[in-house]
Design a protein around this ligand. Sequence first.
Ligand SMILES: O=C(O)c1ccccc1N[C@@H]1O[C@H](COP(=O)(O)O)[C@@H](O)[C@H]1O
Length: 214
Amino acid sequence: MPIDIKICGLSTPETMGAALDAGATHVGLVHFEPSPRHVPLSDASELRAQARGRAKAVLLLVNADIETTSRAIEAVKPDVIQFHGTETPEWVSLVRDQLKIEVWKALGVKDKPTLAKSDRYIGKVDRLLFDAPAKALPGGNGTSFDWSLLAEHNHKIEWGLAGGLTPDNVGDAIRQTGASLVDTSSGVESAPGIKDPAKIAAFCAAARAAQPQE
Ligand SMILES: O=C(O)c1ccccc1N[C@@H]1O[C@H](COP(=O)(O)O)[C@@H](O)[C@H]1O
């Protein structure tokens, strides 16, 4: 299976075009006002339309209530919702069942017990996304964590790797963890919230070069 590559925090048609041309399989739109990558729903909807038929659109929300979540899904019509806050297994499962949408849950990984706790989401989400622990923002901080924890973990559902991935380290990350999806935001920027098309292309090329050959 070709590796899945998500470029997150896209906010302009130019950088969305760069991610699509570079072969990203997933493009992420952040709807969370404190983030430098926040896009209003109207912009997210236009960027989502640009991606249609070329990559899956992932809408990222943080601790949004059900009204905000359903309004955002209605406006943007994403393929996937990525919850990146402290959402509970019960909450994400409710959204998946009621709103009939693919749901991912991001979790900050500190140590082995955090990974053990991730089992609570099994059967309730479609994919887990392992990220570095929250700092100033719940994600998008450009920091990584100890990847050996993932290599040792008994994964029971689909999962992806996020947190501090760059064109320079994504190859090692894939080889060390066996991730089938890699996700980056800060690592392909020239400044917070400003995506760099050359870094996006380099990231996608490095991820594809590192995937195991069949
Ligand atoms: O990108 C953000 O601003 C953001 C805000 C709130 C929650 C998550 C956010 N980003 C996601 O965090 C991970 C890791 O990002 P990074 O590569 O370390 O910058 C990724 O899934 C981003 O989409």
